[in-house]
Design a protein around this ligand. Structure first.
Ligand code: UDP
Length: 373
């Protein structure tokens, strides 16, 4: 078993962090997770007895859209952190960077400590998600790694299009523990008597909560929605925009915003359908697989990895991103053809529980690390 220093820039539990949590469980006795920010994710790692340390005093100020100047200005913050990571990494076989800023730190540190670098790519490195500077930097540094693990074919393709070395990349889908999905437990959501569409994502413009709100306008009055997730990265303007939309469309008694929750499975089980409405390419879309594992009919926007997870009309449905009317028609069609819909959801549940097993994902990662490091 390799000794790994995992690095992640955030203390919040986003998709990349939940994926890392599951991988690190396999390396608990020989790893450390270094975070550049404290938060809920640190607590989750501790709950699972995974060694974790917060390495930075303040979170790093550079964003996905930042250019070179903002990057240079943050050097005062980055250099001490890189030194800390380099020193620490000498106790490990490899640095495993799980996010972009972790890649930057990991690449610098690995130069000094002569440790191998692994990059787990959870992003689509395209202009719609990243500034040119950040894209170029990510590819330049990732090309120095021994192994790049892409979370989907879509992420792999975007990496190569941006100049990434194809020989470095292996695609490994996120894995899930299947047993918790077998529960019959349901969380109360307070929309009794309605056909409930669930939306499970952090509140962010490209996650497209506004598209589902607009779709509700075209659906029957009986259709309501819950929005589970918070503005993890400060998107307060968007939260206000969503609230205005609810007022403007008169959806007050059909919609609930539940904030960030840890009972995702029992909330999903309480829904009649799950909608995933990203307006830009989704790198993987854990929520899509989670909905399938819950046995819920799943509609996802056709972009990024969604078509790798869903075969339209076979195990779910795909819609044109940002097309609220098409989404509404699809929701209505599922609602009105409940028997056919249930059959498709059952197929999805069965397929997903074969295809996205955590044991398989962890075995693949272990195998690639042993082969490449
Ligand atoms: N999630 C959660 N609580 C919430 C909202 C989302 O635990 O309130 C989880 C969700 O179940 C999923 C992850 O956050 O596992 C989001 O991952 P995804 O790949 O869908 O999107 P990302 O956040 O990586 O863009």
């Amino acid at each position: 078993m390799k000794k790994l220093l995992f690095l992640d820039q955030t203390g919040k539990s986003g998709g990349a962090e939940l994926c890392l949590l599951d991988i690190a469980k396999n390396y608990r006795s020989s790893c450390l997770v270094g975070l550049f920010e404290d938060g809920d994710f640190r607590k989750r790692l501790e709950q699972h007895h995974i060694p974790v340390r917060v390495l930075a005093k303040r979170s790093i100020a550079v964003r996905k859209s930042s250019g070179a100047i903002a990057g240079l200005m943050s050097l005062g913050q980055l250099i001490p952190l890189a030194v800390r990571v380099a020193t620490l990494s000498r106790q490990y076989d490899a640095i495993y960077a799980n996010t972009q800023k972790a890649l930057v730190m990991g690449a610098i540190a690995s130069r000094f400590s002569h440790r191998s670098l692994v990059y787990h790519l959870h992003d689509i490195l395209s202009p719609e998600h990243f500034s040119n500077t950040n894209r170029r930097l990510a590819v330049l540094l990732a090309n120095r790694a021994k192994l790049v693990i892409a979370n989907s074919q879509a992420s792999r393709d975007a990496f190569i299009t941006a100049g990434g070395n194809p020989a470095l990349v292996e695609v490994v889908y996120n894995g899930f523990e299947i047993e918790p999905y077998q529960t019959e437990a349901r969380s109360p959501i307070g929309l009794e008597g309605r056909f409930v569409v669930g939306h499970f994502s952090r509140l962010s413009p490209w996650k497209g909560q506004h598209v589902l709100l607009e779709a509700l306008k075209y659906c029957d009055e009986k259709v309501g929605a819950i929005f589970v997730g918070d503005a993890l990265f400060g998107e307060q303007d968007y939260v206000q925009q969503l609230q205005q939309q609810v007022q403007q469309f008169g959806l007050g008694d059909r919609v609930k915003f539940l904030g960030f929750r840890n009972d995702i499975i029992s909330l999903m089980k309480s829904c009649d359908l799950v909608a995933h409405t990203s307006t830009a390419a989704e790198p993987f879309g854990r929520v899509i697989v989670e909905a399938m594992l819950c046995g819920k009919p799943t509609i996802a926007a056709k972009a990024g990895a969604a078509p790798e997870l869903i075969d339209h009309g076979i195990n779910g449905w795909l819609t044109t991103p940002s097309d609220a009317k098409e989404l509404a028609d699809m929701i209505e069609s599922c609602r009105q053809n409940s028997q056919e819909t249930a059959k498709i959801a059952a197929i999805a549940q069965q397929q997903a529980s074969q295809r996205f097993r955590l044991t398989e994902t962890n075995a693949q990662i272990h195998q690639y690390l042993e082969a490449r490091l």
